[in-house]
Write a protein that binds this ligand. Structure first.
Ligand SMILES: [Zn+2]
Length: 385
């Protein structure tokens, strides 16, 4: 077994020690990472959330336009209700693995990136290396859009991005996009013997749910295909439904959540557009009985798809550094889709397996960290004179 760089292990122990569960502030962790990088001459920029309890951090080594951004989130999922063999917020090295919350998702990658900071400082870089650390990824990539906007404002436009989510050190070149919407239907209640005076919110909601199912079946049968995905088409489903308050009351309220996963190139507006059109027709009928009736959609969460950018020179350079050069496409979303949407082509590659993420006794294997050490060292060489 290859051992990781000792600097990586030191950083990983520090990172796991910060309880950065998404509901907490990440500032202690960000402040430590910032001081660490400033000590090696990085220029750092903070991008705060609205109440200044959390921040994204961008650190830059070297000069000039373009360059590479190495990006990772520092927030982690909770440990509530999980049974851990050791303290989840204290790194424990045993059996060739580092155990701890976030070891795999994704403080392992963050630690490799931070561990190699002295090398970015010492290298004669042809192009800058940026390090991005983000908040609230685990809540649905809520922090990264702010950082992308801030980078545009700061005029920082890297040529390429590597997001180090756990992929067992294989390249993920593409992922699906995702959207979650809440639909709320306002009808009019009445005794169930007087249906002609009522607007049944559940029945109208059901019309929309039926359309969602039709769209799903249509995409499955005839929709556009994207090669390389396990499920190579766009999917949609209604996943939570509520409404009504009794067997003899026509319901005034019904609401549901639906979720769709789009292949790269599929316009996510198309689906919500179709449902909005249907909702407008239904609302017109509802309002004949009561003008206060209606249907509202709220966007709960949106993650852009990541399309492959295999022609980008840095994509090929990064892939060439890996022992396993299989290229995968996955169904889950990452911050890479946001970088690409912001004009920075991206791939996903990081140590550890997604199978170990979010669970009790989360770990990253030492040889995965060592493989990522070699990867980052190779990238530094590529970007140097
Ligand atoms: Zn993650």
């Amino acid at each position: 077994m290859t051992q990781p760089d000792p600097r990586t292990l030191v950083c990983l122990e520090r990172l796991i020690g910060f309880d950065t569960v998404s509901r907490n502030s990440n500032l202690a962790c960000i402040d430590w990472a910032r001081a660490h990088m400033q000590a090696y001459g990085a220029r750092t920029r903070m991008d705060w959330n609205d109440d200044r309890t959390k921040a994204n951090l961008l650190a830059t080594f070297g000069e000039g336009p373009g360059g590479l951004v190495l990006s990772g989130h520092v927030d982690v999922v909770p440990v509530d209700g999980q049974h851990w063999a050791s303290d989840p917020f204290m790194a424990s090295i045993r059996d060739g693995r580092v155990y701890g919350r976030g070891a795999c998702d994704m403080k392992g990658f963050d630690a490799v990136v931070l561990g190699h900071v002295p090398d970015y400082a010492a290298a004669r870089l042809r192009q800058p290396i940026h390090v991005a650390l983000t908040y609230d990824e685990e809540l649905g990539c809520l922090g990264i859009p702010h950082l992308i906007a801030a980078m545009a404002e700061w005029d920082v436009r890297p040529a390429f991005c590597i997001v180090g989510e756990p992929t067992s050190m294989r390249v993920v070149s593409a992922h699906k996009g995702g959207r979650v919407y809440r639909c709320q239907v306002r009808g009019r209640a009445a005794h169930s013997s007087l249906t002609h005076t009522a607007v049944n919110a559940i029945e109208y909601a059901a019309r929309l749910v039926a359309r969602i199912q039709e769209i799903g079946e249509r995409e499955c049968r005839h929709g556009a295909r994207a090669d390389g995905f396990d499920v190579p088409f766009t999917t949609i489903s209604t996943n939570l439904f509520g409404g009504g308050n009794g067997a003899n009351i026509v319901p005034a309220e019904a609401g549901f959540l639906f979720d769709y996963r789009t292949i790269p190139g599929f316009d996510p507006e198309r689906i919500i557009g179709e449902l909005t059109t249907l909702a407008a027709e239904l609302s017109a009928t509802m309002r004949r009985i009561d003008p206060d009736c209606g249907i509202d959609f709220t966007l709960v969460n949106a993650i852009p798809a990541l399309a492959p950018c295999e022609d980008a020179p840095m994509f090929r350079a990064a892939l060439a550094l890996l022992a396993d050069q299989t290229v995968e496409k996955v169904g889950y979303g990452t911050e890479a889709g946001f970088f690409q949407q912001g004009g920075v082509p991206a791939l996903v590659c990081g140590p550890g397996s997604i199978a170990q993420a979010h669970k009790a006794d989360e770990y990253v294997a030492l040889d995965q960290l060592a493989a990522c050490d070699r990867f980052i060292a190779g990238l530094v060489r590529q970007l140097s004179h």
